[in-house]
Design a protein. Structure first.
Lengths: 518, 487
């Protein structure tokens, strides 16, 4: 293994942890030091992750920077981490958003300042760890560890119903992950290893196999844990509460990164490990995803609260990701991954700007706004670009992802595409309507007295996000090739042990090729 | 065999060293009482602390001479040493907790410490017995001292009620155990565990009815001692009423020792015959304990009472380990260590916060502790997260290892049930965190005194140990796995 590269990867993980400890040690008398510290540490982690990109070999799809240290020898648990073309971008997304979260919270967090930034950095540590871990036990550890800081972020610095939201969030995730733990232990006892790569090898060599019933139960145990996190309809009810009650930085991290833990888990663990069950369940999951897309959009439309609206739009957007994965097509999977990143950027930006509005007006109710564009034109422009990105306007990021998902789905199941497309139309309705009510119309006198335009610190938050939206929309080639290499492997893996697939899809696949040849 | 030559040999004394140290110093403390009384109030504490540390050294030294002693009545093996060190460690933390508590309640006497030492001595003996009579004696030494300790604050009605209840139900439990012993002796002619095992597996198997009945009676007796459902009803009242350091002690020390006997009896003497019913009986007790403990804890507003129900739930997790038989033994041992640390830590915070006369024990009293004493709150957070079973804490790894053992023994249903139960449990532990971090300071946390050294040590060390057990579990786990029982 390439040790230098492996340590490069490890530093992305360790820097936030050092930041957490350092922030905890900041003297109570000077809490403001902790936010500068958090900014420096999170930027450092971001720079580290950029180095990771530069050292990443884009020509191959497998795991890179492989690091494997024995952690708990008696149970054969390893500290095994590595990066592939998908987790790379998710890690960069995490490290990219954390400094922005620090900046967003700069003035809005006034109580228990050092704990706030400490928990934010601990959250970053947990999230990066989730995307790095290649040992199932280690993955579970990071999965749960990331839960704790988010619980405190929502519970301490949230809005009125924060305690209810925090506890609900914790218990939902906990209940799901308990089932996953059973499945992980079961898998370990069958395979005698927690190593994900080794288990995959054993599966593809045929050294390890499960009966259909076993595989289905294991798949469901993993899937339910991930589906709660995504969240997939009907397991989504924690999400609106948590998103709405969280402080701005919490909402951003929750929506942009934590939800991706679920979809990443489905793609990285569920599908390759239990391909047969994944195929069997695919139609049902697709139905739930489509219900989520349409239901999320419809509920978003009637929300009087901006944050709640954005939260429900997440349910809708994440439905596309799940649909893309379970289309089992190259385009669909690529689109799903791309949509994960897009949603991270654009919903992160939506929450950030809604947070800025809240800081000014101290309200999230849409009716308290109106005519913001007149008094704060730049802020409105930024929100407009984000809105357009979110509804999938070409040249902006979400278009690419949604298009690929719909294309991939259409190649396999045309009806799914028809229903899912309704979601795209609805998203334009609720987002544009929101924009109209908040930014246009009569200038509310309260708005005139309270709302000012962006200040330099806020520019620093908005500009990187807008740049990424345009970049990802215009030049997706920077990202998609590495993603495609990984998804191709996942697809390959998902065909193992799926004999019926060949029979069912054989003729159709043939006719597709014929159509392409023509 | 050396025993035939004389009554006992020097090696026997080495193997019995911890018990000797503890009883001698305990008696010495009582003699010292009239001389030292009221002159230096911490002297008794210091002495018993020294005795316990010496006894811990003694039990480690005794392990350099492993084997059976006193006509096979005592056995020093890895298992016994593990539990001796554990219960003595619990004793040390209890003394540390007690310094400030006794001072505050103006109740520092030699007998508190003497009783504590006797109780620990009894538990050490339980851990190292290879003979049902020895087990019974150890159980009685430990229990009777604990009854008195529970009622130590005799002017406090709650404390007296706690002691009476503990005494009555505890005596019942001991009686059950003794009936079991009598039946065993009647049908096999021996009270030695190795001997009983030999007879049960031998050609002339005595009537299985009597053996079964004996096993059942012992199960009831020990079930009481570990507060496993359906024999758990004493625990909440006793823990709530007992002085907090004593409650901490009761929930960790005697429980660990009783589990040691559980493991020893049911993996040596009764092992050959318990295969058939063990999953049903132990599994059933596990399911009941987890469910009753967790769901009843949801409704509590008194933190001590909540911790009592939580200890019932944790007895349930340990019963899962017992159900898993051989796979489960190291898991149970590891869990008992992790549980001792996190529970003592949690009780330490209660003792710290509750103030003179233990006025502040409700959940609401914990409000805003994080603003007044962030370090104390952070420690309690670690303990609560460990009790929930969040990774990187000893509680998580213990739970993981128990359920791994259960799944290994093909009890997936029990694992699913247990883990979902612990998700329910998360709710009431989280309530403590919610109170400490998300509410404005209460009267109790505004009045809370600075952390005294003894209590501080009894908080910081368990917190470090909890994290250490979560991150590097191998040290304890490897010992637990290698500490096989001499059968």
């Amino acid at each position: 293994m390439n040790l230098a590269a492996a340590f490069q990867m490890l530093s992305v993980l360790v820097v936030p942890l050092i930041g957490f400890i350092a922030a905890m040690c900041v003297p109570r008398s000077r809490p403001q030091n902790s936010r500068s510290l958090a900014l420096v540490m999170s930027l450092l982690a971001f720079l580290d992750s950029l180095q990771l990109i530069s050292k990443f070999d884009r020509t191959q799809g497998g795991e890179q920077f492989v690091l494997d240290l024995t952690w708990i020898p008696s149970v054969d648990i390893h500290f095994a981490t590595s990066v592939n073309g998908v987790s790379l971008w998710l890690i960069v997304l995490t490290t990219f958003l954390t400094p922005l979260c620090v900046l967003v919270s700069w003035n809005s967090i006034q109580s228990r300042v050092k704990e706030f930034y400490a928990f934010l950095l601990l959250l970053e540590f947990g999230l990066v760890g989730v995307f790095l871990a290649q040992d199932l036990f280690l993955f579970y550890v990071f999965w749960e560890v990331s839960l704790v800081p988010m619980y405190f972020l929502v519970g301490i610095w949230g809005h009125d119903r924060r305690i209810y939201a925090a506890v609900k969030f914790f218990l939902y995730t906990m209940a799901g992950s308990m089932l996953m733990l059973v499945a992980i232990i079961y898998l370990y006892l069958q395979a005698h290893t927690f190593s994900y790569t080794k288990i995959l090898e054993m599966l593809s060599r045929g050294d390890l196999s499960f009966t259909a019933g076993e595989q289905m139960l294991l798949f469901l145990a993993f899937f339910v844990a991930f589906a709660i996190k995504v969240p997939l309809f009907p397991l989504h009810t924690w999400l609106p509460d948590a998103h709405v009650e969280a402080p701005t930085a919490g909402s951003i991290m929750l929506a942009s990164v934590m939800l991706k833990m679920g979809t990443y888990g489905i793609m990285h663990f569920c599908v390759p490990l239990f391909p047969r069950s994944a195929h069997t369940c695919a139609p049902w999951i697709a139905v739930l995803a489509i219900i989520g897309i349409i239901y999320g959009a419809l509920v978003a439309m009637v929300q009087p609260n901006m944050k709640k609206l954005v939260a429900y739009s997440s349910v809708s957007h994440l439905g596309f990701v799940v649909l893309g994965i379970f289309s089992f097509s190259q385009a669909g999977m690529d689109g799903a991954v791309y949509q994960m990143l897009n949603h991270g950027i654009s919903t992160g930006a939506l929450f950030a700007i809604v947070g800025l509005l809240y800081e000014r007006r101290h309200s999230l109710e849409i009716k308290d706004f109106g005519g913001v564009a007149t008094v704060a034109p730049w802020l409105s422009t930024a929100f407009l670009i984000t809105t357009l990105a979110s509804i999938g306007l070409p040249l902006l990021n979400n278009f690419v992802g949604e298009f690929l998902v719909l294309q991939g789905t259409a190649m396999e199941h045309y009806q799914w595409t028809i229903y899912a497309s309704i979601g795209v139309i609805l998203s334009a309705c609720y987002m544009l309507w929101l924009y109209q009510r908040v930014f246009y119309g009569e200038v509310n006198p309260e708005v005139r007295s309270h709302i000012s335009d962006l200040i330099p610190r806020e520019w620093a938050v908005v500009i990187p996000l807008v740049v990424m939206m345009v970049w990802m929309g215009v030049y997706s080639q920077s990202f998609l090739p590495t993603v495609g290499k990984v998804t191709a492997l996942v697809l390959e893996q998902s065909k193992i042990n799926v004999p019926e697939r060949v029979q069912i899809h054989g003729p159709r696949a043939g006719s597709m090729e014929a159509a392409n040849a023509r | 065999m050396h025993a035939s030559a004389g009554f006992f040999s020097p090696v026997d004394l080495v193997r019995f060293l911890p018990e000797i140290i503890l009883t001698v110093v305990g008696t010495f403390l009582m003699v010292l009482d009239p001389i030292l009384h009221k002159r230096s109030s911490h002297a008794f504490g210091h002495l018993s602390l020294l005795a316990l540390i010496a006894a811990m050294g003694g039990s480690i030294y005794a392990y350099t001479e492993p084997g059976k002693s006193f006509n096979d009545m005592l056995v020093v093996d890895g298992f016994a040493t593990f539990f001796r060190v554990l219960v003595i460690g619990v004793g040390i933390f209890t003394v540390l907790l007690s310094y400030r508590f006794l001072e505050r309640e103006d109740a520092e006497t030699s007998e508190y410490h003497a009783l504590l030492l006797f109780s620990v001595a009894g538990q050490c003996m339980m851990a190292a017995s290879n003979d049902l009579i020895m087990i019974f004696i150890g159980l009685e030494i430990s229990s009777i001292s604990s009854y008195v300790l529970a009622g130590y604050l005799r002017d406090d009605k709650r404390s007296s009620e706690s002691a009476l209840k503990y005494f009555l139900l505890g005596s019942f439990a001991t009686a059950f155990f003794l009936y079991g012993v009598a039946l065993i002796y009647g049908s096999t002619g021996s009270v030695n565990l190795s001997e009983v095992r030999r007879i049960i597996t031998g050609p002339d198997v005595p009537s299985p009815v009597f053996i079964g009945l004996a096993a059942a009676l012992m199960f009831v007796g020990l079930g009481f001692k570990v507060s496993a459902a359906p024999f758990q009803m004493w625990a909440p009242d006793v823990y709530q009423g007992a002085p907090t350091p004593v409650a901490a002690f009761l929930s960790a020390g005697p429980k660990a020792a009783a589990f040691a006997i559980f493991l020893r009896i049911f993996t040596t003497a009764f092992e050959p015959m318990s295969i058939a019913w063990q999953p049903v009986v132990f599994g059933g007790a596990a399911v009941l304990s987890m469910t009753i403990g967790n769901f009843a804890a949801l409704l509590q507003s008194n933190v001590k009472r909540m911790l009592a129900y939580s200890s019932i739930a944790h007895a349930g997790y340990l019963m899962v380990a017992l159900t898993a038989r051989d796979n489960g033994t190291p898991a149970a041992m590891f869990y008992l260590v992790a549980y001792a640390f996190m529970n003592i830590g949690a009780f330490a915070v209660v003792a710290h916060l509750s103030g003179k006369g233990e006025r502040y024990q409700t959940l609401d009293d914990f409000a805003g502790l994080a603003q007044k004493q962030p370090l104390t709150a952070a420690m309690l957070t670690i303990f609560m997260l460990s009790l929930i079973g969040v990774p990187l804490t000893g509680g998580f790894f213990g739970k993981f290892y128990i359920f791994k053992a259960a799944i290994e023994s093909k009890m997936v249903w029990l694992s699913v049930f247990g883990l979902l139960n612990s998700a329910v449990g998360a709710f009431y532990y989280l309530r403590v965190l919610v109170m400490m971090y998300m509410h404005e300071p209460s009267k109790a946390s505004s009045e809370v005194e600075p952390l005294p050294w003894g209590l501080g040590t009894a908080l910081v060390l368990p917190a470090i140990a909890t994290l250490f057990l979560g991150i590097f579990p191998s040290w304890v786990l490897d010992f637990a796995r290698s500490a096989t029982l001499l059968k």
